[in-house]
Ligand binder design. Structure first.
Ligand code: FAD
Length: 433
């Protein structure tokens, strides 16, 4: 017979959203199991180690909650393990750079302090349904299959296999199946920063042009986005994107990873020979697997739109604020753009209803699974917002289990009030403060 376990809350996926969901639910006294298919928490943050946390400061103020706590814990270390700096790209607010290993260790520590059972190298596979919603979830680890009977399931898996198999309707990417490019990142270590960053172009365009013209770089490398890493002399290369990959297909992601790594090696070699400051540097922290930005978009109680964002809408059930530009990366033939969505000093909020399916009474999703149209998605998907979406669903789970009823029936005022008590800023439809 399969092993069988019970839990109040099952969080599927230990990325930034799963971190937020599990810590919030655990702190509110629930039994929480978090399943993470890989050997580390962080999700995309661990697949592309060193990506800065953007969008944490809409209209100049931190979003608060667990994200603020994580940043403060890292900043308070001796030496500090995180630092706020301006983003070198247009239309982005400040970003947080951090020591990747210390950050993921601290996330794990916060999960453990909240009493969460973290199961690494463990996958959720298929939900079983009855009149209450998801009655059990079939899972597996290297010891074999087992089942978890959850009160509430929070799908933070990025791709939403469990929500899809539970029958929640979805579209892929932009609705026509075009998904943003996947990315394989790496660091260069031992760079002379003064020489490398002597010119102001964050995309190193003239060097990229040379490499492409000479056939030494892939044509999709027209914008070499190179940024100073957290540790002195390191450069984070968030440049190698592979188009047209279906992130729900493991074989396609595996192939893109290999192809991307080949392009990373070419780029590292090119940087050493052709770009000032890199001559003595070497490649490090190559992505273990491609970072996937976008796959399924589920039908939810509400789908937030680009028009909502452009109006700076602050929804009554807004659970996190945001002012990130429309950060689009290579859907179909498109390039990379980051046009502003709201005016300077303004922000919008992401409604809780975008995290709640229409029918399944004990299922929520968070993070990049948020229900958003293609324009809105390109703005709402930053890691700080994913942590906050997770925090909102973990908190919602506690309120639903405490007061009874379904996730669809939860009073948004209760949720927003509890999130405010937890120190989340700019909630609901509150005006600027
Ligand atoms: C290349 C790239 C660059 C980016 N740059 C930035 C940036 O600079 N700043 C920024 O703020 N944001 C950036 N983003 C966006 C941001 O990183 C993501 O939107 C965010 O990390 C998504 O978090 P998530 O928790 O929703 O999903 P993910 O990070 O995808 O995490 C999902 C987790 O679920 C696990 N999982 C999946 N299926 C299962 C299963 N069945 N059972 C158990 N576990 C499962 C996965 O292993 C993974 O760990 C970037 C994204 C990418 C891809």
């Amino acid at each position: 017979m399969d092993r069988q376990e019970n839990t109040d809350v099952l969080v599927v996926g230990g990325g930034t959203a799963g971190f937020g969901a599990a810590v919030a639910a655990g702190r509110l006294g629930l039994d929480v199991i978090l399943l993470e298919a890989t050997g580390k928490v962080g999700g995309v943050m661990a697949f592309c180690p060193g990506m800065p946390w953007g969008a944490a400061y809409p209209a100049g103020r931190i979003i608060g909650g667990l994200m603020e706590e994580l940043i403060c814990r890292l900043e308070a270390m001796d030496p500090p393990a995180a630092e706020k700096r301006p983003c070198t790209l247009e239309n982005f607010g400040p970003e947080i750079v951090y020591d990747h290993d210390i950050a993921t260790l601290t996330m794990l520590a916060m999960l453990q302090e909240a009493g969460v059972q973290v199961r690494l190298n463990t996958s959720a596979f298929a939900p079983e349904l009855d009149h209450t919603g998801i009655s059990q979830v079939a899972c597996f680890d290297r010891s074999g299959p087992f089942k978890i009977k959850p009160g509430i399931v929070i799908d933070c898996s990025g791709d939403g296999d469990i929500s899809a198999r539970a029958g929640v309707p979805f579209t892929l990417g932009d609705g026509d199946g075009n998904m943003m490019g996947v990315t394989i990142s790496f660091h260069m270590v031992g760079v002379d920063w003064a020489r490398a960053f002597a010119e102001p172009d964050p995309y190193f365009t003239k060097y990229a042009e040379k490499g492409i013209t000479e056939g030494r770089l892939n044509p999709d490398l027209a914008k070499l986005y190179l940024m100073k890493g957290f540790n002195k002399g390191t450069v984070f290369c968030n440049s190698v994107h592979v188009r047209g990959v279906d992130g729900t297909d493991p074989a396609a992601v595996g192939q893109a990873t290999q192809e991307g790594r080949r392009r990373c090696q070419q780029l590292a070699q090119f940087l050493r020979t052709d770009v000032p400051g890199f001559a003595n540097a070497h490649m490090s922290l190559l992505s273990p697997i491609a970072g996937v930005r976008e796959t399924r978009k589920f039908e939810a109680l509400y789908r937030v739109t680009g028009e909502d964002l452009a109006r700076g809408t602050r929804f009554a059930d807004g659970i996190v604020c945001c002012d990130n530009p429309v950060d689009d990366v290579m859907r179909a033939d498109a390039g990379m753009t980051h046009d502003a969505i709201v005016g300077k000093g303004s922000y919008y909020t992401i409604p809780f209803r975008c995290l709640v399916p229409q029918d399944m009474p004990n299922l929520m999703f968070a993070g990049r699974l948020v229900s958003a149209d293609p324009v809105a998605f390109a703005s709402v998907r930053g890691m700080p917002q994913c942590v906050a979406m997770g925090q909102a669903t973990g908190t919602a789970a506690a309120l639903v289990l405490r007061h009874g009823g379904t996730v669809q029936g939860l009073d948004p005022e209760l949720l927003v009030g509890e999130l405010a008590r937890q120190g989340v800023n700019g909630l609901g439809n509150a005006g600027p403060t």
